[in-house]
Design a protein around this ligand. Structure first.
Ligand code: PLP
Length: 399
């Protein structure tokens, strides 16, 4: 079955942080590798060599944007795999205490928890508390890994990666610094943001490449043990036949993203600000979860993200009504995938765990238009009013 076409008028898509449409440059680059071009890059004959050349060129292009050497690029099957390789791979190569910020994506948090690691507090805006990190490092000078994301996937807060890396070098010099730049790479210069990190994860489908392909940058000399064993591809660090179409598409998307990043950030940031002003003005009690003073300073938040707390409604009920009205958004995630599980990000930020507080993530991206914003401004305040009249739930609203 075909999906709903990107750019369709049937709905307003405000879930770019979950995945963003494929960029035309990526589509054009990868399509031949799903058709007439093919080959296993590990082989020795001309067909294999052509595939090898394609991934070598992709590797060079990706390295230039990520600010690393081509032989520091390790292709993976996406962000989750890159994060798992980073955390588990370092822990296997150099056992010892591991630390991460309390707001990491589960692809980092769960492996860290699995290893018995510790989380480091964030402030009310969701930014890593550098004093808390310094204390944690003083308590664990033998730490072997510290993971700090580039920007948060739920609330969009950008993290002080360079300052965190500086503290690690000073207080736990044996530790490897990992940065999950999966969300950040769509909006910020990844080379600049992650210059202080030894390991960097990115995922193609967050910046206009295909799903299921990503990179872990592994800077020279970083201790890392492979987590997938087999044919020894990617300098023995990630066995498995390369996803040639995915890698070629990812490189084209990353290059296009780098070229358009500043313009897109300014354009989309202005749309996001208009959406925020309209919704905060129209919905009583609504607030931006990562802007605690209620001011308009969103300089610490990615340009595409608007994360709201809306008292007196359930997130799921709100998403149901938005869905009916043609708006794709995400709870992200007062309730993770329908389960009544509180968001670890909001909890770490000190947002009260109130079942009557709807959490809503509206995330814009490179295809967002003023019409998308208009649709949400039209639909969301009315949906909230309807739910509040009905006692906060969709069951009440449907009755
Ligand atoms: N890290 C962050 C910050 C993310 O937002 C995501 C996806 O939402 C991931 C990791 C996982 O990436 P992937 O979907 O490519 O496995």
């Amino acid at each position: 079955m075909a999906g709903v076409p990107a750019g369709s008028d049937a709905f307003a898509y405000l879930d770019h942080a979950a995945t963003t449409p494929l960029r035309p440059e990526a589509r054009a680059a990868l399509l031949p590798w799903l058709g007439e071009s093919f080959g296993n890059p590990s082989g020795a004959h001309p067909v294999a060599r052509a595939a090898r050349k394609a991934i070598d060129e992709a590797r060079d292009a990706i390295a230039a944007v990520l600010g690393c050497a081509p032989n520091e690029v390790v292709f993976t099957g996406g962000g989750t795999e890159a994060d798992n390789l980073a955390v588990r791979g370092v822990a296997a190569a150099r056992p010892g205490p591991v630390l991460c910020s309390a707001v990491e994506h589960h692809a980092v948090l769960h492996p860290v928890e699995h290893l018995g690691g510790k989380t480091v507090a964030v402030d009310r805006r969701g930014r890593l508390d550098l004093d808390a990190l310094a204390d944690a490092l003083d308590a664990h000078p033998d730490a072997t890994l510290v993971s700090v994301m580039g920007a948060n996937n739920e609330v969009g807060t950008v993290q002080p990666v360079a300052a965190a890396a500086g503290l690690v070098r000073e207080r736990a010099p044996g530790a490897v610094v990992h940065c999950d730049a999966v969300q950040a790479a769509a909006w910020l210069d990844p080379a600049e943001l992650t210059a202080g990190a030894d390991l960097v994860s990115v995922s193609a489908h967050k910046f206009g490449g295909p799903q299921g392909v990503g990179v872990l940058v592994v800077r020279r000399g970083t201790p890392l043990q492979a987590q997938l064993l087999g044919g020894g591809q990617e300098r023995e660090l990630r066995s498995g036949t390369h996803n040639v179409a995915g890698i070629v598409g990812m490189a084209a998307a990353l290059v296009a993203k780098a070229e358009h990043r500043a313009g897109e950030a300014a354009r989309v940031g202005a749309l996001r600000d208009r959406l925020a002003a309209g919704l905060l003005g129209a919905i009583d009690g609504a607030f931006e979860t990562a802007v605690p003073d209620g001011g308009a300073d969103r300089s610490h938040i990615l340009p595409g993200t608007l994360h709201l707390g809306i008292p007196g409604v359930e997130s799921e009920a709100l998403l149901f009504l938005l869905d009916e009205a043609g708006v794709c958004a995400s709870a992200a995630s007062a309730c993770a995938s329908g389960a009544q599980e509180a968001s670890h990000v909001l909890a770490a930020m000190g947002v009260p765990a109130d079942p009557d507080l709807g959490a809503l993530r509206l995330s814009l991206g490179w295809t967002s238009t003023p019409a998308d914003v208009d649709r949400v401004l039209d639909v969301l305040p009315a949906a909230v009013a309807r739910l509040r009249d009905a006692g906060g739930t969709s069951a009440g609203a449907q009755a």
